[in-house]
Design a protein around this ligand. Sequence first.
Ligand code: 5AD
Ligand code: SF4
Length: 464
Amino acid sequence: MSIQEALQIQREYMQKVRNLVEQSGRVPLALVHTYGCQQNVSDGDKMRGMLAQMGYAFTDEVRKADFILYNTCAVRENAESRVFGNIGALKHEKEVNPNLIIGLCGCMTQQESVVQKIKQSYPQVDIVFGTHALHRLPEFLYTALQDKKVFDRCDDETDIAEGLPVLRTGKWKAWLPIMYGCNNFCTYCIVPYVRGRERSREPEDILQEARSLIQDGYKEITLLGQNVNSYGKTLAQPIRFSQLLQKINAIEGDFRIRFMTSHPKDATHELIDTIAACDKVCKHIHLPVQSGCNRILQAMNRHYTVESYLELAEYARKKIPGVSFTSDIIVGFPGESYEEFQQTLELIKIMRYDALFTFIYSSRPGTKAAMMDDPVPYEEKSRWLQELLDLQRKIGENNYQTYVGKTLQVLADGPSRSGPDYISGRTDTNIIVNFKGSRAQIGQFLPVRITEAFNWALGGEIAK
Ligand code: 5AD
Ligand code: SF4
């Protein structure tokens, strides 16, 4: 079946659920809870969009919900444990309200072992489907409304389902997936197994979506993909990511462009030159290095070296004045020694990242690394992580100090915790700034003079 035919069937199911909702004479409430990365957030927005078209409204309260959908993450074990804990707690809710429908989807449920565990131990769950079946939510919900269970992991990697309704969580910032899946098979990572092979969206579909977001008043668009630098390679008419950036940059309007994630092995000088040349592209590069030791990088199957990574960063610092780097680091990859971990600290000292996302290695069944010897105890790895965090805190503080006295363009995006007269926003380099302002200014780009630097944020005042 073609994806167009599949979508037509889903439109019919949407109408069937809508009819049931209308017959019931009340507006049912859905709670969609998303765990994990921005790709999942974007998927969650699509499922909320479909639910809205079927007549559902939304709630954050478990007690009020008619339908609870957990959109799960599998990248680390603690994310999975949290989901199991939360669905365990729903057993009682189901007893109180037998009409409650409970659904699970996302990366966790793309794994057969998880589906089996739910079948055996969590009878309160009504619907289970994987990442490849997202567009079939209407059919699954209709089935559950007929008091039938749904277990549909779906192994086929479907073509990209274009044109699904989207209900975005934010008003100013939008996530725009440009590709799905991943071909890289980093040895620690479950993503290629649960999100399938790399598929790029057609540039025209992406551009059309970007244009309509800008028309709707969005001020920041973040292009999403597991490895944006390999965007477009498999399309019938191949196109490079830098070319896509140029096309989006050429759209008229007052907005900024971000993108994530850049895999260092595919980041090129051409990409850096494009960031430098495109006025709407933020001068911030999230470039996950994972480790500062070549032996570990090789064991991770990352296909770059510390030297090539640093060369690229140096080129970027030369070409893009004030460029900001952030990164992901895994501490305690199987077999990593303390000396090898120290090499990561050395790299961090050279890179002087503005922020780091740090993770203790988590073994994922089915990945290559899960089969490797992992002799270092968790407590030891936690101590290494603390050492890393202490170093990064000093670097971050120093970096933030260099912003004091500068006037930066800040996109005001919400109220601030500093008080009722304060609002909050982000710089081009994605740093949080709190400053005095009114709610009416939220959604605007404002020049803010930075007056203070804190641990995780800056303070400032709107420049006259
Ligand atoms: N254990 C710990 N961290 C992981 N990541 C991915 N897989 C694992 C794992 N098994 C981290 C990587 C990646 C980020 C999104 O999550 O640093 O860049
Ligand atoms: Fe996982 Fe590596 Fe793909 Fe990122 S590039 S999603 S870390 S396999």
